[in-house]
Write a protein that binds this ligand. Sequence first.
Ligand code: ZN
Length: 410
Amino acid sequence: MEMKKEVFDTIRAQLVTLSAAGGFYSHKLRDIDFDDIRDQSDFEKLPFTWKGDLRDAYPLGLQAVPDEEIVRIHSSSGTTGTPVIIPYTQKDVEDWAIMFARCYQMAGLTNLDRVHITPGYGLWTAGIGFQAGAERLGAMAIPMGPGNTDKQLQMMRDLKSTVLCATSSYALLLAEEIERRGIRDQLCLRKGIIGSERWGEKMRRRIASELGVSLYDIYGLTEVYGPGIGISCDYECGMHYWDDYLYFEIIDPVSGKVLPDGEIGELVITTLCKEGAPLIRYRTHDLTRILSGTCPCGSAYPRIDTIIGRTDDMVKVKGVNIFPSQIDEFLHTVEGASSEYQVMIDHLNGKDIVTLFVEKDAAADSSELAERTAAGFKAKIGITVVVKPVALGELPRTEKKSRRIFDNRY
Ligand code: ZN
């Protein structure tokens, strides 16, 4: 995508300021002569910023303004090793709420909505972002946080929540529970805002039909404000993102080369007005592509596709790259198979063995389903798998991100 002139000017001015300010970027950009940065192609030669760089800056090495301007920090959920700490100024906190309120508006929410927020509160950016956006819009925020299904359902009914904010796996868990208890008609839910993980079409349909709501994918990451930097619209064709706050590029994750619109690669983000911890060419590890053309909804904000997976979820088996969304898409076509699955990859007697556990509909015959699924997998994805059907509800549901491919080879 062509970089707009004003975006280029903003980024260039930001580079000069950051390198003069001392700290993270003055070190990272120390060898850059800013007179050489004249256009988009020069910008595209700038070094990437990696999550590892952010970790190395722990605790507050990313802070780009004086202490008195910092009003809050958030931290990304470092499952391994050192966390990443992101400092926010007052303006960053406000900008984030403005973007989040815009997401809600894109999803058709108004100040009459009651927004039931199940993502967690605390160091990470989830719950508080959903809340600040709802308040900014003038809607009623119901700050539940995760867990305690009984209480969730009670509050949802008694407070007449109209919008459910959740991860896809938690939304599925609640949807199944609502179905099981037969209480759907006591609820007032009309929309679901689903964030923070990639989910398949089949899972989306199950949640949508069991809850009887329209669903919207919300996108974001702690390093870049948090959730709320992009969302899908009624037309469900990718996610609009806020290009007045952020510049998006799609690159080849191996070569680092910028890819043309429409090609799948890794999303790289540059912030345009973030103060506390601006980021230049930050590698998100999310796989997606830029969608060109105007969206049928008429919004002028550009779009990326739904997140297809993570560069680090991609595993190579028998010379074939596989990632979770391919399996989602494939299972969607298999009659009798549900959207829930797990893949185990093991190395036995010199060979890679791939086992696919899939939840099946009660009526489906296990051995017939296994045979049909294995044949389809081989034909569509190109590798041989052992299929083990299990009953609905047998695979773990979590409130956090579900991991579906387990590589036990190394
Ligand atoms: Zn649209």
